[in-house]
Design a protein. Structure first.
Length: 211
């Protein structure tokens, strides 16, 4: 199978997975990334041609977390104006009790999103069948996507064409998870690369700039 000189890329961004990785790696307390800028930057560094960006996230209910509900509604609306294809699912919160090192217990609200990883996997496989990309660029470290990666390899063999899947994720001395998704090409994102792709809008206060 001949490797194409110009590689068409579809970026698949797992919003919550990326946020928590960035929080641990760089210390940012809220999702301040611009997914389209981040995807473009990675593709520029790899000399790939970015075709589209798909963004997936859970959004809390307005009654559970009104602040974060408004934050995500504003952020997703702006993403749409920038050509990002958005997929959202309800993010539900439940109490989770953990045992601390001194034996005491602590209860905290934990958000859970259902169906996001399944949707990402379905889109990766569907678009591989449709031959719309040469590289699936995943902004995620979710190992549950490994089966979708296996499926892309099978499709590539069936179609007799070159395809690959890449996993992009932040790296820093404070972030212990240095593994991308298994069976993918790993694309580490350092602090300077990430900082160049921060969204200038401040969705927490409602200060939205036109871009």
């Amino acid at each position: 199978m001949t490797e194409p000189s110009k590689k068409r890329v579809i970026a698949f961004v797992d919003g919550q997975n990326l946020f928590y990785a960035v929080k641990k790696a760089f210390g940012y307390p809220f999702p301040n990334y611009d997914p389209s800028a981040l995807a473009r930057r990675v593709c520029e560094l790899k000399k790939w041609n970015l075709e589209n960006v798909f963004f997936y996230t859970g959004v809390p209910d307005a009654q559970d977390k009104p602040f974060w509900n408004q934050f995500w509604n504003k952020k997703l609306a702006v993403m749409g104006t920038r050509g990002v294809k958005v997929f959202r699912r309800p993010l539900r919160y439940r109490n989770q009790t953990i045992i601390l090192s001194d034996g005491r217990s602590s209860t905290t609200l934990v958000g859970q999103e259902k169906g996001v990883d399944i949707r990402i996997a379905l889109d990766i496989v569907r678009m591989a069948h449709q031959k719309v990309y040469d590289v699936a660029l995943l902004f995620s470290q979710d190992q549950d996507l490994t089966e979708a990666v296996d499926e892309v390899r099978v499709i590539a063999q069936e179609q007799k064409r070159w395809m690959k899947v890449a996993s992009a994720f932040p790296v820093s001395p404070t972030y212990n998870n240095r593994r991308g998704i298994d069976k993918t090409d790993w694309v580490p994102i350092d602090r300077s690369t990430y900082d160049a792709c921060i969204d200038p809008n401040e969705y927490r206060t409602g200060k939205i700039q036109k871009k």
